[in-house]
Ligand binder design. Sequence first.
Ligand SMILES: Nc1nc2c(ncn2[C@@H]2O[C@H](COP(=O)(O)OP(=O)(O)O)[C@@H](O)[C@H]2O)c(=O)[nH]1
Ligand SMILES: [Mg+2]
Length: 335
Amino acid sequence: MSGAGAHRAAARRAVDLDELAERLKSRAPRAVGRAISVLEAGGERQAELVRRVYGATGRARLIGVTGPPGAGKSTLVDRLAGAIRKRGQTVGILCVDPTSPFSGGALLGDRIRMQSLATDPGVFIRSMATRGAMGGLARATRDAADLLDAAGFDWVLVETVGVGQDEVDVVASVDTVLVVAVPGMGDDIQAIKAGIMEIADVFVLNKADRDGADRTYRDLALVLSLAEEMTEATWLPPIVKTVAARSEGIEELLDAIAKHHAWLSEGDRLAARRRSQLGLRVETILKERVLAAARAEAGFEREVARGFAAHEDPYRLAEELFEGVVRAEAARTEA
Ligand SMILES: Nc1nc2c(ncn2[C@@H]2O[C@H](COP(=O)(O)OP(=O)(O)O)[C@@H](O)[C@H]2O)c(=O)[nH]1
Ligand SMILES: [Mg+2]
């Protein structure tokens, strides 16, 4: 493409993103869907779209829902969304579940489970996917939450299966994290403790209709009481029993979420939480940028091969690559 042609194409894409950002405000499902696809595709357009909508973010209540596969997360999200709609508020839902048997077509599975909401214009549901690595999916999902926030949804619910660090990162970058447990987890409670216990703001003991619910409740309460020293400033995560399949305990769960929000709203807790989450997002983007530049402009693979042959230490190699990136950036700004 000629220089002028490339310039016109870039201008066209910018107009197209401006238009998309504008149409988002109507919360029209097609516009929201297209915008999320831009985020999933990654690259510069992902960044440009977030740049355009970010000014309008910060109003929605962001809720993460995580826990093992089959715990009832999608069912819970469906019922929570229903209860939120009854209050006249709107809700955007994002699902990240690589373990879903419908992978690729996860949308279908989640839509079936969330059938009651599928035709409601006050609800937007999307299963997230990217062609890239899990890290890319995590970032696109967090960006999509911003997009739904900017579009004016009152609530954004993010469902992720609680397995890897990336899923945990996504769910932890919200205002309130719900960790879903089910009866009879036994030793798994220890597993939760090691992995996602720390990030729970509210525990949901779902499938409370099952045998062993009381026992699991007591186990959870015990683990929680041992967790850390309580001070007046500490939030003690409550345990809420639910039977999502029968819509039981949903109002109690919303109450617990409201209590957590009230606690966060005291002093600058909410701002502090969001500030540290912003820091983590910037950290991720910065790491990726420096690494991408090291690959594209400082010959990462070649330098590692050379360093290996010369038995150079990793610190020295990283230092050299970093200097290569800085030189390339300086040359670019001069040009
Ligand atoms: N017995 C019982 N089953 C439930 C309950 N909530 C959800 N389920 C069922 O558990 C299965 C998995 O639910 P789903 O919401 O897809 O779980 P997810 O993988 O965590 O999203 C489905 O068959 C649900 O109908 C509950 O409270 N009690
Ligand atoms: Mg699910």
